[in-house]
Design a protein around this ligand. Structure first.
Ligand SMILES: Cc1cc2nc3c(=O)[nH]c(=O)nc-3n(C[C@H](O)[C@H](O)[C@H](O)COP(=O)(O)OP(=O)(O)OC[C@H]3O[C@@H](n4cnc5c(N)ncnc54)[C@H](O)[C@@H]3O)c2cc1C
Length: 316
């Protein structure tokens, strides 16, 4: 295993947050590397069209993150294809140790930008129809379903809030929930129950998603009677939770109840020198633009921390 010099910064994750942080850090002439376990781009790589990133009205997800990656690399960012398995806070002399599947790094600061992944239903046809009628993001994809009949799966706050949002576009929204009542906050429930465009199918789970190229039918199972029925829709939005990418993050770093990393407004975690940005942090709005904003803020804090901490060290 190769031991590295003391880096200014290790960025973990190469989605919009990581790539923006990489651009800013390289531009500030930090000694920085990015570690990405797959291809850079994150969740945006699987987004067909992005309509809400300012200044790029007609762009696909892969094009947008491709541009971000090129811009960061051109500025001098080094991106390594490695999966981070462990962070050891403060374990290196004057720095944190980051262990990957093939290497070990020591850095003054670490930025965690590993995002989160939508929890899937896990039924037949779900992965095959991703971007072809199956979506996990109403803000991103709702506008593609103007005047269409769609289903929303889930019964919590995000499912019901997103169903309400989707009524702006769809002609009919059917909430499919595996229980006989919603878990969402009362006030949101009441809005949905009264809404003329929203219908409900209770005690039901989705067993299959069908359609030749795009979604046109759901196989539904009533969990009380086990009866299987067909339900014709042109889209299905799944809101059954997200899984934050924190498997390698040590327990001493504070997280919220859902497992997202807690930061302050400067993107600092409770451990000095460890920062987080993007979808991985505890916040309300998880979008490309907020991920990029978090990252730019984080780099300012990291510069400040590195300068201050390592100048102090010289006088100890
Ligand atoms: C289907 C879908 C469509 C969307 N469409 C839009 C849209 O149109 N507009 C919009 O604003 N937002 C959209 N979003 C939300 C947007 O994609 C996210 O808010 C954004 O990608 C968050 O960026 P991020 O960098 O924080 O995380 P991510 O994009 O999730 O990137 C995290 C990266 O970290 C890497 N990683 C994870 N663990 C490790 C590890 N241990 N070691 C190394 N690397 C690791 C992952 O491989 C990934 O590349 C959409 C989301 C989904 C799911």
């Amino acid at each position: 295993m190769e031991k590295k010099e003391l880096l200014d910064l290790v960025i973990i994750g190469g989605g919009p947050a990581g790539l923006t942080a990489g651009l800013y850090a390289a531009r500030s002439q930090m000694n920085v590397i990015m570690l990405e376990k797959m291809m850079p781009g994150g969740m945006v790589s699987i987004t067909a069209e992005v309509e809400n990133y300012p200044g790029t009205p007609d762009i696909t997800g892969p094009e947008l993150v491709g541009n971000m990656e090129k811009q960061a690399r051109d500025m001098g960012l080094e991106i390594k294809s490695e999966e981070v398995l462990l962070i050891e806070p403060g374990a290196g002399i004057n720095g944190h140790i980051v262990k990957t599947d093939s290497n070990e790094y020591i850095a003054k600061s670490v930025l965690i930008a590993t995002g989160s992944t939508p929890r899937k239903i896990g039924c037949v046809g779900e992965s095959e129809h991703l971007g072809r009628g199956v979506s996990y993001c109403a803000t991103c994809d709702g506008a593609f379903f103007r005047e269409k009949e769609i289903a929303v799966v889930g019964g919590g706050d995000s499912a019901v809030e997103e169903a309400l949002y989707l009524t702006k576009f769809a002609s009919k929204v059917t909430i499919i929930h595996r229980r006989d009542k919603l878990r969402a906050t009362k006030v949101i429930q009441e809005k949905a129950l009264k809404h003329p465009k929203i219908n409900f199918i209770w005690d039901t789970v989705v067993e299959g998603i069908e359609g030749k190229m795009i979604v046109d039918n759901l196989k539904l199972k009533n969990v009380k009677t086990n009866e299987i029925t067909d339900f014709k829709v042109q889209g299905i939005f799944v809101f059954v939770g997200y899984i934050p990418g924190t498997s390698f993050v040590p327990g001493i770093i504070d997280k919220d109840q859902a497992g997202y990393i807690k930061t302050d407004m400067e993107m600092r975690t409770n451990i000095p020198g460890i920062f987080a940005a993007g979808d991985i942090i505890s916040k309300k709005q998880r979008q490309i633009v907020t991920a990029c904003g978090d990252a730019a803020t984080a780099i300012k804090s990291i510069e400040f921390y590195n300068d201050w901490y390592f100048e102090e060290e010289q006088y100890l």
